[in-house]
Design a protein around this ligand. Structure first.
Ligand code: NOJ
Ligand code: NOJ
Length: 450
């Protein structure tokens, strides 16, 4: 595959723009993985800690967020299973994932201001974070469990079921193993309000519910494998209740899915109720193809994707060039690009797709409040969503690749990525080397290319 891409990139570069883009992205994945690992393999943090970014001031992201690290580890477990990964890389990945499992097991037992597993972040040596912060954030335990479950299955396949039973999942209550603790917490607390993934709004969130549901479904399968059928039934039942509750986010008045219902606190600034967290929920909440089609590719979610993109097209000067095509012209073109084999070479003609931020009313510039910007992880989310067929139309893959092109255009040398890129000139902005930016590039490029 790589050889083919390399050759076709050399010989047919002008003809097969698509192939050379793919080749560039594959090379970038290797840089990105190195950039990511540099945030984990460091002497100045506990083994297993995942700094959100090496930035210690303006902003201070030199902390371990449960959400960020859960998503990062899910991406790394995927890499671990990559048949193309060389032995050295695989050993490094195994080391960091195992260290992370041990580190999280410690954090689960560390007293904190949330008073439970919903504590959003810890210090890099594993001590609690005593600062005032939006807490609890209940997506964390779900994302952590999902990543650990992927790892547990890998261990089971490798003949290490005994170790899994020891450390990760054992049928006993109160729970004494890492995954079981998180699943019990999720199954019993998902109805409670908490802060959203952007740490600003308190209430009930699509993203949080979506990842909680997914963790419970994955957990049920693991529980069955490990002799805990009663728990499997309970987790499945709770997941079903969450599925039903997700429909409540489909706003008839708005005509699209909204990020939060039943707000109980925090900022009240999101007048449009459009938020990329819905798309992130659709990606990270997809437990199995059938349910994905039903829930997260629902017309309401597709409408969110469309409306939000249109909002950012208007909002960011950077997106001006992308405006030249109307949405329907673009969609029609993409349909034909997907339909006619002869169009394969022109798939990238559309140029980079829109730069995507968190939500239109965002004012956080990565350190202060001079105005919101596009985020790498949000733009990657659009890439991944389309490459997984989010809108269900032809040409999705090509469109997804164009979001990755957008990201590439704003990356620094060797695919460095901060949290944001500036809405005006496209330069890196906010916390440098954001670990989650790197992880989201890996999973999006995987969905689009591999
Ligand atoms: C830091 C949070 O992580 C970010 O998401 C939020 O927008 C700002 N604080 C708001 O103060
Ligand atoms: C701010 C983001 O809003 C939040 O989602 C993230 O967890 C932290 N930064 C750390 O990256």
């Amino acid at each position: 595959m790589r050889l083919f891409l390399a050759l076709s990139g050399l010989i047919f570069a002008p003809l097969f723009a698509q192939a050379s883009i793919s080749q560039d992205l594959l090379e970038r994945r290797e840089w990105v993985l190195e950039n990511l690992l540099a945030n984990l393999e460091r002497g100045d943090i506990s083994p297993g800690a995942v700094i959100a970014s090496p930035s210690r001031q303006a902003p201070n992201y030199f902390l371990h967020w449960i959400r960020d690290s859960g998503l990062v580890m899910a991406a790394l477990v995927q890499e671990l299973d990559d048949p193309l990964a060389d032995v050295g890389t695989r050993e490094r990945l195994e080391r960091v994932v195992r260290a992370w499992v041990a580190f999280e097991s410690r954090l689960q037992e560390t007293p904190n201001r949330s008073g439970g597993l919903g504590e959003p972040r810890f210090q890099v040596d594993g001590r609690a974070d005593d600062s005032d912060w939006g807490r609890p954030q209940n997506d964390g335990p779900a994302l952590r469990a999902s990543a650990m479950i992927d790892f547990a299955w890998r261990e089971i396949r490798a003949g290490r079921k005994r170790e899994v039973l020891q450390q990760l999942y054992r049928a006993e209550l109160p729970a004494r193993t890492a995954i079981k603790k998180d699943l019990e917490y999720v199954a019993h607390h998902w109805r409670e309000d908490g802060f959203d993934l952007w740490e600003e709004v308190k209430g009930h969130h699509y993203f949080t519910r979506a990842v909680q549901r997914r963790a419970l479904l994955k957990g049920a399968a693991l529980a069955n494998e490990l002799g805990d059928p009663d728990a499997a039934r309970f987790y499945t039942q709770q997941a079903g209740l969450i599925s039903a509750s997700l429909e409540e986010f489909h706003s008839a008045a708005r005509g699209y899915a909204v990020p939060t219902i039943g707000q109980t606190g925090g900022w009240t600034h999101k007048t449009s109720e459009l938020d990329v967290s819905v798309i992130l929920g659709a990606i990270h909440g997809a437990a199995e193809p059938g349910a994905h089609a039903r829930l997260h590719a629902a017309p309401a979610v597709q409408a969110t994707a469309r409306e939000l993109r249109n909002a950012f097209l208007k909002l960011y000067p950077l997106n001006q060039g992308v405006l030249s095509e109307t949405a329907s012209a673009r969609e029609l073109r993409n349909a034909f690009v997907g339909l006619y084999p002869v169009n394969r070479a022109v798939q990238s003609r559309g140029g980079p797709a829109a730069a995507i931020g968190r939500y239109p009313e965002d004012v956080y510039d990565g350190n202060g409040f001079t105005g919101g910007n596009p985020w790498f992880l949000a733009t990657h989310a659009y890439a991944e969503w389309h490459c997984r067929g989010g809108e269900g139309t032809a040409g999705e893959q090509a469109l997804g690749l164009r979001y990755l092109e957008r990201s590439v255009q704003h990356q620094g040398p060797h695919a460095t990525m901060s949290e944001q890129f500036r809405r005006g000139d496209g330069f890196l902005q906010g916390a440098r080397d954001l670990t989650w930016s790197y992880a989201s590039f890996l999973t999006a490029a995987r969905a689009c290319l591999l």
